[in-house]
Design a protein around this ligand. Structure first.
Ligand SMILES: [Zn+2]
Length: 186
């Protein structure tokens, strides 16, 4: 049995230092650490805006990165009138455009808005033990009143901490909460 803890991701934003500096006059500040080593939820939030609608208080996840990315759930995207592709984090080519509004300015990203694919973080040692490779699709079994099998991609990184990451829409559909355990079928 390969049990994995669920972590539900709400909508969030990754930014480059360059874009961050156009939105805030002070450095990014940490609110709390996340399970993946080095990653944190910041105190800073942005408004995200399209011609159709806005969503307030969307949190920035640090540290600052080499790309700009807004990760939404499908229900957020519908509200905003967007149709973002499902992508691995960091792959934002030909994704949706969105405007970010911060404390001191606004920036429109030509690309950057995605729906994150479901993924399981692990480190190379555990990947070897499980006999899985980066980007491999595995089945995740979810129990309960809305039991189902979901596909998830394996995401191997040096600092990977075992966790199943899904967005709020997927979590709600399967009645999952952060901290629940699911079983990976291999
Ligand atoms: Zn993740």
């Amino acid at each position: 049995m390969k049990n994995v803890k669920v972590e539900v991701s709400n909508r969030h934003i990754h930014l480059t230092e360059d874009v961050y500096k156009k939105l805030f006059a002070h450095p990014l500040t940490k609110r709390n650490d996340l399970s993946q080593i080095g990653e944190f939820a910041s105190n800073e939030t942005l408004t995200i805006k399209t011609p159709k609608e806005s969503i307030l208080n969307v949190r920035i996840v640090g540290p600052l990165r080499t790309y700009n990315q807004v990760e939404l759930a499908k229900s957020d995207a519908r509200k905003l009138g967007l149709n973002p592709p499902v992508r691995r984090s960091g792959n934002v080519s030909e994704s949706e455009s969105i405007t970010l509004i911060g404390e001191i300015g606004s920036v429109t990203l030509e690309n950057g808005c995605i729906l994150a694919e479901r993924h399981i973080h692990l480190n190379p040692a555990l990947a070897k033990e499980w006999n899985v490779v980066d980007n491999q699709i595995v089945k995740v079994k979810i129990k309960g009143a809305k039991s189902c099998l979901l596909d998830a991609k394996i995401k191997v990184s040096e600092n990977g901490t075992l966790a199943f990451h899904i967005d709020i829409d997927d979590a709600n559909a399967a009645l999952l909460n952060t901290g629940d355990e699911v079983e990976v079928l291999l």
